[in-house]
Design a protein around this ligand. Sequence first.
Ligand code: NDP
Length: 341
Amino acid sequence: NRYITIKTHIDSAPKESHFELKTAALALSVAPGSNYVIVKNLYVSIDPYQVNRMKSYSSSHKATSFSVGICPGEAIDAHGAGRVVASGNPNFEKDDLVIGLLTWGEYSVLKEGKALNKLDPMGFPLTYHVGILGTSGLTAYGGFFEVCKPKKGEKVFVSAASGSVGNLVGQYAKLFGCYVVGCAGSKQKVELLKGKLGFDDAFNYKEETDLKSALKRYFPDGIDIYFDNVGAGMLEAAVANMNAFGRVAACGVISEYTGGLRAAPDMVDVVYKRITIQGFLVVDFMNVRADFLSRTSDHLRTGKMQAIEDIVAGVESIPSAFLGLFRGDNIGKRLVKIADE
Ligand code: NDP
């Protein structure tokens, strides 16, 4: 079994040299009644939050409270889709398709399979169940509808808008009847947002010298909802342009994960404009998961939503695929394909 691990905790900007491809012998069988499940990984998710789990616990960046830190040398757990090759657990049989917490490797050896579920692909590609019908989709759906509490016609700004979560937030917001502007880091991404994805407008934030005045140009009447994926200066600029009773959904702060940046939004604005800034985690939305799945799969079937995917091949590509998130290499949901179905 080949799998990716970190050599040490990573408290600086992550580099390829922090990662290692390890090989370990693995018997593809389990003792009956052992409860172990061995899964052949087919697709694994590549997500920015993993970088927070790679930091040392003693560093100033606290280990995330929602998922345990990653230990150097050990397999790194990550969402993914796979096929059961051996099971001592009565809930799973050999050849079952499964979705859940696997590992960044060729096989996942799961002690109890607690965070694993059988997967009915419902006629969709497996990759959709990791992205648009999986965690990214639920994050966008719950973050937008439950946290932003949108009203039709409201003006919505989304950052990292061509990314996995961001592009879906924009698509939901358009379908709901909002005015949507996204920002992203390249011309090609901006074209995707304005073209195929139907955003009302989009801009390349890397070409703007003053984010506050850029947002003033795109939202002359102010922003009602900001779906924040990046934090730092973008959050400050958005808060400066928010309308009274505006909502900021703090989904993630990727620009703050690897450097020393921290957002300092103008709190006088927050007070006088009665702005709500709310953080959330995808696990908060399990109560709306069934609605999310049925609405999103309908939208996919009727062509009202598009799945934008960015699939890299091979277990050895995981570190570069992961580091690429922080360079903006990906367009849409980034996954690594580990093996043929
Ligand atoms: P993406 O697919 O959006 O990939 C990351 C993107 O972020 C890149 O493509 C890049 O696009 C952009 N980016 C990278 N560095 C910077 C930077 N310094 N400044 C601005 N933009 C940057 O990832 P996800 O959709 O998976 O995640 C988006 C955000 O949502 C992250 O912050 C993540 O942590 C968070 N998240 C939160 C969850 C929750 O439960 N709260 C669940 C899932 C994700 P560009 O070219 O536009 O710069």
